[in-house]
Design a protein around this ligand. Structure first.
Ligand code: AMP
Ligand code: ZN
Length: 113
């Protein structure tokens, strides 16, 4: 989608430190990391938010979580990590191209907010 920074990264038109890619998703390091490991897993398909997911996307969503688990192993955070998606402005979403944060390399407490 025009003017979407994550679409530009997916298209190779904007820089990113890519750590994984396949035909459906791209994963790259967050530019402003909030944990020692902070990776964004992004579908190549432009969907603005979690609310845009449809039944036809169920394989994509399970694939994203499979990639998250693989990256947790690769970056040696599989002992404990978080996968987070912010949905909508009130959910703290800033980039309106669906993405999942993979956060690890530190000990989180049980509080989500
Ligand atoms: P969210 O609040 O879930 O929309 O988070 C958007 C995330 O994207 C933030 O953690 C930003 O630091 C990150 N971000 C924004 N632009 C870029 C970029 N060009 N490359 C990598 N990460 C980015
Ligand atoms: Zn996009």
């Amino acid at each position: 989608m025009k003017d979407c920074i994550f679409c530009k990264i997916v298209a190779g038109e904007a820089p990113a430190e890519v750590v994984y890619e396949d035909e459906r998703v791209l994963a790259f390091k967050d530019i402003n990391p909030l944990a020692p490991v902070h990776i964004l897993i992004v579908p190549r398909l432009h969907l603005a938010t979690l609310n845009d997911l449809q039944p036809e996307h169920k394989d994509l969503v399970s694939h994203i979580f499979k990639v998250a688990i693989e990256l947790a192993h690769k970056f040696k955070i599989d002992k404990g990590y978080r996968v987070v998606t912010n949905c909508g402005a009130d959910g703290g979403q800033i980039i309106f191209h669906l993405h999942f944060h993979l956060l690890g390399g530190k000990v989180f407490d049980h509080n989500l907010v």
